[in-house]
Design a protein around this ligand. Structure first.
Ligand code: SF4
Length: 340
């Protein structure tokens, strides 16, 4: 089954009275001023449904991104979710998804969302370390994340957890512990975002004063890879690593481990480590064939062919023929002794 066809609707800063240190929400989403109306939701869905789709059989979801949806006044939530109801009833849209803060979820809210056809709620957990949450001005605790996950699951809603790496006071041990706690909650999906210094955010001022130092890109890639492995070991999909690149985002990133293909850098590093480990223990007296998925060629090679250059420099590709095959499953490889 292909990935869902997602119709995104951005509701930046609507319903959010908080100011997390890292957030300048309008910069992150690229959303314009003004309140999204039910009419605009309907028009957006109609316009997107009218476009030809590469996979017409894909499940269609309408996703309210950007703000804290369940912090909106109830009449606004009803207006926005209500605009999608005719499409749910007709079967053109399978389900709704939205993002919100953990402390804005109660059993009543979860029940209401389920009634409205919401199938997935992504919680901006950011961390499950209370010290990091406090230092980042999040205004909620790790316990509230656990409670929100339990409420949503109880209502039959799938749960996504968004985690941020490199927040103030975050360290490798706190990030790893946070990842393990998040995995223990058994979410249906995870997103990992490195913390960036965004113009106009309180963090930008701390950075300017020298009181906050963002992670380097290599460190963020390495840490995201270690977290990815925690979730992979439990079969929890990490559906995104790094913010969606956009011209408005790139204009406002002052510092931090930004890369438009951050997720690919992480996967590439993980794959490189696996391939290197396998090549390191093969017999140097025997020729081998390294079979990789055709679709994995770019993550195998790495940016600028860097991974292959490293393997060559280490002498690990001597006597190895590399083959890219359409039948090899993604993110797997085989190292076969070649016929002599
Ligand atoms: S990150 Fe979310 S909760 Fe924090 S200020 Fe931005 S919109 Fe509000």
């Amino acid at each position: 089954m292909p990935s869902p066809f997602v119709i995104p609707i951005f509701i930046a800063h609507q319903g959010c009275p908080h100011q997390c240190l890292f957030c300048n929400q309008r910069s992150i989403t690229g959303a314009a001023e003004g309140m999204v109306t039910g009419h605009e939701v309907r028009e957006t869905i109609l316009a997107q449904l009218a476009w030809p789709r590469r996979h017409p059989e894909a499940v269609v979801q309408v996703a309210f991104y950007g703000g804290s949806f369940t912090g909106l006044p109830m009449e606004r939530q009803e207006e926005l979710l209500g605009a999608a109801q005719p499409f749910l009833a007709s079967g053109q849209v399978r389900e709704l998804r939205l993002s919100t803060r953990p402390d804005y979820v109660t059993p009543q809210i979860a029940g209401f969302l389920r009634e409205q056809g919401v199938g997935v709620v992504e919680l901006g957990a950011q961390s499950l370390d209370d010290g990091v949450l406090a230092a980042s001005g999040r205004g909620h605790t790790a316990a509230q994340v656990r409670t929100a996950v339990a409420c949503l699951k109880e209502a039959g809603i799938r749960v996504g957890l968004q985690l941020m790496l490199g927040l103030p006071d975050d360290t490798t041990p706190t990030a790893m512990a946070s990842g393990r706690r998040a995995a223990a909650l058994d979410p249906d999906l995870v997103r990992l975002y490195p913390c960036l210094v965004i113009s106009g955010s309180p963090l930008a001022e701390l950075y300017r004063q020298g009181r906050y130092q963002p992670m380097s890109l290599p460190r963020a890639v390495a840490l995201a890879g270690r977290l990815w492995r925690i979730f992979e070991a439990q079969g929890i999909p990490v559906v995104r690593m790094g913010l969606q690149p956009s011209p408005s985002l790139e204009k406002t990133v002052l510092a931090g481990p930004y890369h438009p293909a951050f997720g690919e850098l992480v996967l590439s590093r993980l794959f490189f480590n696996q391939v290197r480990a396998a090549l390191s223990v093969r017999s140097p007296y025997q020729s081998h064939r390294l079979c990789l998925a055709k679709a994995d060629e770019s993550i195998y090679r790495g940016s600028g062919n860097a991974n292959v250059k490293r393997l060559v420099a280490l002498g690990l590709l001597d006597g190895v023929e590399t083959v890219f095959s359409a039948s090899q499953p993604r993110r797997t490889f085989r190292l076969l002794a070649a016929e002599s």
